[in-house]
Design a protein. Structure first.
Length: 538
């Protein structure tokens, strides 16, 4: 870690660059913020937030029942008054988290370099690289999870160099870690990284394993004590959740996403190798391959070799549980690891640029070619990122996602294609008569994706209820009994999950997803509802 002048202030050019970065970030992240259809997880979290607004006593810790910690939902609840568009209000929370993330990366880089431009470059990468861009425009937990962990890492770096204030920074690092744990449980995978932060210190030697060879045993222990405190403090903050009656449910869904250790030891560990290749593909697509090449190049830099190696080790430590235990792993789960790779690539770019510039001044033509190659790498990264970001904003259906994300965001039931149009249809119909709406499923894109748009509004003429079925084979009695008192009844369902025989002329509307994927359909089932006997006791 390079020493920086802590008393230095921002120069006018740097201040102008920072203000420009903020303006650029806000422009790119606020533009057409609702153009991308609502995603299943977004609809769930927003509905939880709305229920919290309606009944805080009952729903304050409701997220724990689904294996989630509640902080992000609380933030969404606070934001629902920011905008008339509920989805935009929720996504503004993630935009704010991205702004925090951008500054966190800048602050981390300031601990490693005296170059004023380097933190700006790192901030720019956060603003444009697809991995960051995507999750700073969607109302899901991973953006804020990574922001809190980034701040915890930055405060940990300050412990290494802060002298008498190290305990203040250690406490602050632990507090950020606790907030991360209150945002999403995978934050716990960050805990071992606290033990690596001391090795980033400039006074650590790498002459012996782990860089602590020149310290005596007592000093070795003293180096780690503040970081143990940080980790324990974060866990203690997390432990406050035990006072919620729903705490026992927090770990109930673990086996939905990961294999138990017994299965791993019995042979599931063999999946680690293909998983590693798949996750590398995620980073190549979303951080871009040129950025990964820059990270690898840092291993050959005399100035950045140590820090790059440590950043790669941090990355591997965080990813290891997903690689070995992961049953269902989406790219967004890996976002915190992007912190270390982004910082490492930025420092590597600085080192290579300096080396090339010095060599060119000395007349070394070969290094001029190397400098051109570095410039091409950087240009390719920004070109690839710009294409992705522009598609995400203006033509969401052709966003170049990896296969796993393309399916969940654009093609499967989890995609919100047609939700907003269906909401507009329901509003139009309910303006002249009462409408009852049955949907596929019990929560998620349907019915939560519809319900979130009607929160806080007059819904006397509207009744929306999930059937709890997928596929939909019949209309449940709890819906038909109540729907009989409404003038019109609708069924909203995905075309590939409908197993009821309905006349084609009863198809009111259909909104198809890209790539010949299933369509969201709206059926008029008024006659069917009226024909079903009322099961309620007279």
């Amino acid at each position: 870690m390079k020493k920086t002048d802590s008393s230095s202030r921002f120069s006018l050019p740097v201040l102008a660059a920072v203000v420009g970065m903020i303006a650029f970030y806000l422009l790119t992240h606020l533009l057409r913020l609702n153009s991308f259809p609502v995603f299943a997880d977004e609809s769930i979290y927003i509905r939880w937030a709305q229920l919290l607004i309606d009944d805080g006593n009952q729903y304050a810790f409701f997220a724990l029942n689904d294996g989630k910690t509640p902080l992000f939902v609380w933030m969404l609840a606070a934001a629902q008054s920011w905008s008339l568009d509920q989805l935009v209000a929720a996504r503004l929370v993630s935009v704010l988290g991205g702004l925090v993330q951008m500054f966190a990366v800048g602050l981390i880089l300031r601990e490693f370099t005296q170059k004023k431009a380097t933190p700006i470059v790192g901030m720019l990468l956060v603003a444009v690289l697809p991995f960051w861009f995507t999750y700073h425009r969607l109302a899901i937990m991973d953006g804020w999870l990574t922001a809190w962990l980034s701040l915890a890492f930055w405060a940990g770096l300050k412990v290494v160099r802060s002298g008498r204030y190290k305990w203040t920074w250690a406490v602050l690092s632990g507090a950020f870690f606790g907030l991360a744990l209150w945002t999403k449980l995978p934050a716990v995978f960050f805990a071992p990284i606290f033990m690596l932060i001391p090795f980033f210190g400039e006074r650590m030697t790498v002459s012996k394993p782990l860089g602590l060879g020149s310290l005596n045993s007592v000093k070795k222990l003293n180096v780690f004590v503040p970081f143990v405190v940080s980790a324990l403090l974060g866990m203690a903050i997390f432990g406050l959740l035990i006072f919620s009656p729903a705490f026992g449910q927090l770990f109930s869904r673990g086996q939905d996403f990961s294999y138990p250790l017994s299965e791993v030891l019995a042979g599931k560990w063999m999946q680690a190798i293909p998983n590693l290749g798949r996750y590398l593909g995620f980073f190549g697509a979303y951080l871009t391959w040129p950025v990964l090449v820059l990270v690898v190049a840092g291993l050959f830099s005399t100035t950045e070799r140590k820090s790059t190696g440590l950043f790669l080790l941090c990355t591997l430590i965080f990813l290891s549980p997903f690689i070995v235990l992961g049953k269902v792993v989406h790219p967004r789960y890996l976002l915190p690891a992007a912190l270390f790779l982004t910082v490492a690539a930025t420092l590597s770019l600085e080192s290579l640029s300096e080396r090339c510039a010095q060599a060119v001044k000395q007349g070394k033509v070969g290094w001029a070619i190397a400098g051109l190659f570095v410039a091409l790498l950087a240009g390719q990264a920004f070109s690839q990122a710009s294409y992705f970001d522009a598609a995400f904003i203006f033509t969401p259906d052709v966003t170049p996602f990896v296969k796993e994300d393309r399916q969940q965001y654009l093609e499967e039931w989890s995609s919100g294609h047609g939700i907003l149009q269906t909401v507009q249809l329901i509003r139009q119909l309910s303006s002249s008569h009462s409408v009852a709406v049955a949907t596929e499923g019990r929560f998620g894109t349907l019915p939560d994706g519809l319900l979130l748009y009607f929160h806080g509004q007059n819904v006397e003429n509207i009744y929306i209820e999930g059937t709890g079925q997928y596929p939909v084979k019949t209309l449940p009695s709890f819906f038909t009994d109540r729907a009989k008192s409404f003038d019109q009844s609708l069924l909203v369902v995905n075309s590939h999950r409908l197993e009821m025989m309905l006349p084609k002329e009863k198809l009111v509307s259909e909104y198809c997803r890209p790539n010949a994927a299933p369509c969201l359909q709206v059926w008029d089932v008024t006659d069917l509802v009226k024909a079903v006997p009322d099961t309620r006791t007279p």
